[in-house]
Design a protein around this ligand. Structure first.
Ligand SMILES: Cc1cc2nc3c(=O)[nH]c(=O)nc-3n(C[C@H](O)[C@H](O)[C@H](O)COP(=O)(O)O)c2cc1C
Ligand SMILES: CCCCCCC(=O)C(=O)O
Length: 375
């Protein structure tokens, strides 16, 4: 189906708002409390200023990067987001195809509506990573780790900032508008008979999954897979150090897009401390509030190897399935390439910390609020 061509991520957001039913928009947009952290993720990028270098040959730019040994054409990958069936019938399959078309990675959520095998099969050239929940039954975890390996997934992401599950699909779908069947084939072997979100459903989830995981669970995963392990949701330099000591391969600096604890810092603000703490012993990535190619450039300058997007991919998916996801990635790629040209960077390794200063360096302490739709 043809859909308007998007020209910015703000455009994708607007299109998704127009297309999505209220319950889906509400779930995707959800933040905790009054959304201080969600907004700060976006605003914080604007507190960093770029110091361009000129008169360098930037006629050809190479945006490629390696992540965990795999080459991506662009240092923007898709983070795990659950319940993609709310956005588009193609759900995770369409997102994976959009990511594969741009030769970048996608983390499949445990809350995906398609199985990891279906996703790998529909996008055989894709770079697939799997976010696995912690479970009480370690045989179940082992089965999932083995399934991921067999299906060609090349990393396991463990989300560490969500000790308990939020049940906050608070806008009730209009009768008949709930996408059905809604399945979670990477969590349940047999879909539970209970209504999603019902007390019985929550109870089953609580009985099966391991809430409030600890370092011992991370160590167990590390010892039970051949795949690299990435911790998602790290904001503390000390936790990053502890992860590295335990042989974790990647740290994704994240506050869950402002959907877990509110009042924590914007990810771009804590990134430099974490990069310092890790000291090159693991790869460091960032997500949260990435809405422009300039945001990507700033994150890379401050030490991220790659950034991940959450909501923008969902907006692209809602806009036009795989094609919409591809467009969102293409926009960020084009914007990054242009920002690289304008700051004197022909390749990713040219993007150095000296490219960025915090606005306070110039004695600027506040920035006039920019409407959120204007990224
Ligand atoms: C609708 C939605 C579902 C999400 N589901 C998951 C998930 O299943 N696992 C996870 O680790 N993070 C999940 N996240 C968090 C994202 O992976 C990511 O950290 C966050 O969206 C990044 O911020 P951004 O939306 O500003 O890009 C979800 C986010 C959204 C918006
Ligand atoms: C019981 C549903 C939990 C879904 C969790 C997905 C997620 O991480 C989110 O932020 O939403």
């Amino acid at each position: 189906m043809s859909a308007a061509t998007l020209t910015s991520i703000a455009d994708a957001e607007k299109s998704a708002r127009d297309k999505l039913p209220d319950f889906a928009w509400s779930y995707y947009s959800r933040t905790t409390a009054d959304g201080q952290t969600y907004q700060d993720n976006i605003k914080a990028f604007r507190r960093y200023r770029l110091i361009p270098r000129n008169l360098r040959d930037v006629s050809v730019r190479d945006t490629s990067v390696t992540v965990l040994g795999t080459r991506l054409d662009v240092p923007v990958a898709i983070g795990p987001t659950g319940w993609q069936r709310f956005a588009h019938p193609g759900a995770d399959l369409a997102t994976a195809m959009g990511a594969a078309a741009m030769n970048t990675g996608m983390v499949l959520s445990s809350w995906a509506n398609h199985s990891m095998e279906e996703v790998a099969e529909v996008a055989p050239s894709g770079i697939h990573w799997f976010y696995m929940l912690f479970y009480k039954d370690r045989r179940r975890m082992k089965r999932l780790l083995d399934r991921a390996e067999r299906a060609g997934y090349t990393a396991i992401f463990l989300t560490v900032d969500q000790p308990f599950f939020p049940f906050s699909i608070d806008k009730k779908p209009a009768p008949g508008s709930y996408p059905a069947p809604l399945r979670f084939p990477n969590i349940f072997d047999v879909e539970p008979p209970h209504a999603i979100g019902s007390a019985e459903y929550r109870e089953l989830l609580r009985a099966t999954s391991k809430e409030a995981a600890t370092w011992a669970d991370v160590e167990w995963v590390r010892d039970n897979t051949r795949l690299p392990v990435v911790l998602k949701g790290v904001l503390s330099a000390e936790d990053a150090r502890m992860a590295v000591e335990r042989g974790v391969n990647g740290i994704l600096v994240s506050n869950h897009g402002g959907r877990e604890q509110d009042g924590v810092p914007a990810t771009i603000d804590v990134l430099p401390d974490i990069v310092r703490a890790v000291g090159g012993k693991a790869e460091v990535y960032l997500d949260g509030g990435v809405r422009t190619g300039t945001d990507v450039l700033k994150a890379l300058a401050l030490g991220a190897r790659c950034v991940f997007i959450g909501r923008p991919a969902l907006w692209g998916l809602a806009h036009n399935g795989a094609e919409g996801v591809q467009q969102v990635l293409q926009i960020l790629t084009d914007e990054l390439s242009l920002a690289m040209a304008r700051t004197g960077c022909a390749k990713i390794s040219d993007i150095q910390p000296s490219l960025v200063v915090h606005q306070t360096y110039y004695g600027i302490t506040a920035v006039k609020a920019v409407p959120m739709s204007k990224y």
